[in-house]
Design a protein around this ligand. Sequence first.
Ligand code: C2E
Ligand code: CA
Ligand code: CA
Length: 645
Amino acid sequence: MSDGFANARTVEQARYHALARTWPALYIALCADIVAVAFVHSALAPWWAWGILPAVLVPKSLIWAYLWHRKRNVIPPSEECTRAVRILGIEITVWMAMIVAWQVWLSHWGTGESLLLLALCMGGQMVFLLFGLLHLRTSSILSATFCVLGMLYIGAHSGSALIGIVVLLVGGVAGLAYVAQGYYRDFTSLVSSRLSIETKTREIEALSEDNFRIANTDMLTDIGNRRRFFRDLEQALDHARQADKPLALAIVDLDGFKAINDSNGHLVGDRLLKAMAQRLQDILLAHAEVYRLGGDEFAFFLRDESNPKQLISLGDGLIESVKAPIFVDDLRLSLGCSVGFSTFPQAGTNSTELYDRADYALFHAKKTGKQQTVLFSAEHEETVREAALIERSLRAADLEKELFLTFQPIVDSGRNETILLECLARWQSPALGLVSPARFIPVAEQSGLISTLTPILLRKALDAVRNWPDTIGISFNLSGHDITAPDKILGLMSILEKSGVSARRVEFEVTETALMMNLDQGIASLNALKATGARISLDDFGTGYSSLSQIQRLPLDKIKVDASFIRNLIDSEASQKIVRSVSSLSRDLSLDCVVEGVETEDQLNMLTEMGCNLIQGYVYSRPLKAIDVQPFLDQQVRTDVVAVG
Ligand code: C2E
Ligand code: CA
Ligand code: CA
């Protein structure tokens, strides 16, 4: 295909181009025909009969042929092509009518031989026209008809059998030519459409290969992305199932990346991730391909492998190698990582199950101190199963009816006076019995159901506090989800306002871990709560990872020292030191300090010596049912009176 044809965008342009290429040759052939006829008749007819028409037509034709030839590769706009082709068609038809009439006229001077030549010429012209004017069907058929009529006329008037045979032969050839014209047209269009389909297919293939690569590659690190990870994992699992072989899946999460990214900027963070991806790939080269699942999370899987010892040792080796510093320009950066493994078929039989289990193992690795390898175990399986059961039951529960609160006094030990009651949730499930919050709150948090639970519990807590003396307030536990979504916090504030209970009687407890889910949003929520007049206390202090400097940013009124420091307070000097320093820290920051989980008189005495006098624990009371609160308070007053008396 010439350039011109390739450039043609419409059928009209393609037709123009095809004509421009064939028509000059045809002009020359017809001119040769005319000259031959004129030459033969120059001896038979007068000069004006054989000479005038060739003298006019031949030069004009040659000029046309030259012009068409010159512009054969220049394709005008589509409308211009249509016009040029139409004009050419009319010209040719008129031109042929004149030539045939001229030849018929000349036949009057003809002899047997010259008549034969005339018949042959017209036949030739007819075939030329049928082939040459492929793209001008009306003109070609009209002109060919003129030739046929001319030949019939000559045949009928010559009386020569030879001419009759020639006419028949030429007629047959013309018929064939006409049919061939159709075949040729079909054939060429078939070939060209096949060629163009092939080209298009190749283009589409190249494009989809590119798209596929882009869609499956992590653009930052140039390794496989999450999509490819799951696709490859599915394939590997199919293979493992068929071959009855095990498979291990690992998720690797970098520890400390966020801090580096926040303090050094995203460009440094990106380069660090790139370098880390390369490092992981180098370490695992012999075992597996590394994929980036997103953020600072990577994954890989090992075929034919499920041996716990080997997996743990591979994971630990990986953690060791990741620790080595990485240089980004002049910066010397070090990261840690945690690894969670799950194995096929023990932990799961499909990619989603295996991923979830490895993620669960990773979560445990991070929760229990970071920089560890954890393999999803049968014990984990039990926990997951129980969580699923609890989640199903929670979703089906009538929570308004089944949830209730117990209240545990927080006592000012110096005055033996209850100042607050911590609201602790309980769930009386018809299916599961009495469920402790230690079991259902984490499930509710993970499944998002907590945003349904908290408003119900807060309403119940506010209903309860109305029945007690004004001097006593409540302390209500909030989850991370409650404080990281602005709309949730607004909902809780509106419940508090509608209750009519003074916000001064309400404290909200949040843990460090909950705050760390989104520190900025958490602080904003706490500020909003504080603006209502409520107070904020930091629960389970000492169990999280937050630094003391972060505490200064929080709008706190109180710190609650976690029960874990009290359990071995009597015997452990370390615990004593911690409690003493937290107590003095809170004094320095003008915060109150509550000590939780105080069970014995000895602990209470030691804490009193340390200057801790806000106490919560079994030593005063277990969590009480709502109806037992007033009797407890009354009894407290009585013992006080007895003590004073
Ligand atoms: P927490 O906020 O640290 O609550 C204190 C837990 O320690 C309570 O367990 C309480 O019964 C227990 N406790 C109190 N004194 C002692 C003691 O002297 N010795 C011992 N061994 N334990 C003591 P509980 O009621 O099972 O609550 C467990 C956790 O569930 C709570 O820990 C809190 O994190 C969560 N929780 C409870 N209610 C709610 C709630 O309404 N909302 C949210 N978001 N979480 C809640
Ligand atoms: Ca609490
Ligand atoms: Ca606590």
